[in-house]
Write a protein that binds this ligand. Structure first.
Ligand code: NCD
Length: 314
């Protein structure tokens, strides 16, 4: 494997879903698939490179899948998984932390509870910053994973009816994915949420400005599932609520059961960024349309493609 100087991804940050064009996403997904076919060919691609994961918020999948991805590319990792053990707990600014870690690693993946934190980090970092989630705002590498899953299971990223269900207000994975899908032809969106958890107007505006997309908002799941090619379920984001009572009231607003699944098309897929709480009954896991654990698995390949491209070792 050699460094590819003509690589359009080399040295870039990935903070927002719209940082990459549809063609660039397609190139990353093609690479993810190539890695899937022949992992041995990429097993040393990142030899001698170091990835730092800086997580100021809980995570299982995002952090571990990035670490697994780097290790599977032959690179190495350093990590701060618990902010209480880092100098942030002593009052260090994010900018200073980033400048320091950038002196140790070739690429940084970070998650932070504050919206815009990854953008701020990118302004101060001489090495690429990958946003692993900034507050309720965006989560673009989940989008890469989600697009990969949709493409693998539905064969295309356009001409789809995608239903998003649950906490569309605080669910950052939804904010990123809907924008990326709005850039593609002929996608329709059905937004299913309680009044209080609707997709923010700012995101809705952005989506509408991206293309001729049809967006429909509903409060009930019943009757809405039959038209979906993709159902994207989300967890109510407990950590973003100020008030425990509101959380408890909204937590079980939607539960996808085997009964409800009967409404859905045979070739539809059910996705979830995970972790699941109560919004998908465990009985649904056995259904062939439930692909959320495969989705998590595909996330490693998607992140391998991303790291290799940004480090210029495709
Ligand atoms: C999501 C997140 O962190 O936003 N998880 C993930 O990265 N797969 C979704 C969530 O926490 O509900």
């Amino acid at each position: 494997m050699s460094a590819n100087k003509g690589n359009a991804f080399l040295g870039r940050h990935f903070v927002d879903a719209l940082d990459f064009s549809p063609q660039e996403y397609d190139a990353l997904l093609d690479l993810a698939r190539a890695i899937h076919r022949d992992p041995a060919a990429y097993a040393q691609a990142c030899r001698g490179k170091l990835l730092a994961t800086l997580f100021f918020e809980p995570s299982t999948r995002t952090r571990l899948s990035f670490e697994a991805a780097m290790l599977r590319l032959g690179g190495q990792i350093i990590t701060v998984a618990d902010p209480q053990t880092s100098s942030a707990a002593k009052g260090e600014s994010l900018a200073d932390t980033i400048r320091t870690v950038a002196g140790y690693a070739d690429i940084i993946v970070m998650r932070h509870p504050k919206e815009g934190a990854a953008k701020l980090a990118a302004l101060h970092s001489p090495v690429p910053i990958i946003n692993g989630g900034d507050g309720a705002r965006e989560h673009p590498t989940q989008t890469l994973t989600d697009l990969f899953t949709i493409r693998e299971y539905r064969g295309r990223l356009e001409g789809l009816t995608v239903a998003f269900c649950g906490d569309l207000r605080y669910g950052r994975t939804v904010h990123s994915l809907i924008k990326a899908l709005a850039c593609r032809k002929d996608n329709r969106f059905v937004l299913i949420s309680p009044e209080e958890l609707r997709l923010p107007d700012t995101v809705k505006e952005e989506v509408k400005n991206l293309g001729r997309v049809e967006v429909r908002e509903l409060e009930r799941m019943e009757g809405a599932l039959g038209e979906a090619d993709v159902l994207y379920m989300t967890r109510v984001q407990k950590e973003r609520f100020f008030n425990e009572e509101d959380y408890i009231r909204l937590r079980d607003f939607y539960v996808l059961t085997r009964d409800r699944l009967r409404e859905m098309k045979e070739d539809a897929i059910v996705m979830h960024p995970l972790p699941r709480v109560s919004e998908i009954a465990y009985e649904v896991d056995q259904d062939k349309r439930a692909v959320y654990f495969q989705q998590a698995r595909l996330g490693v390949l998607a992140r391998m493609a991303l790291i290799a491209s940004i480090l210029g070792v495709t």
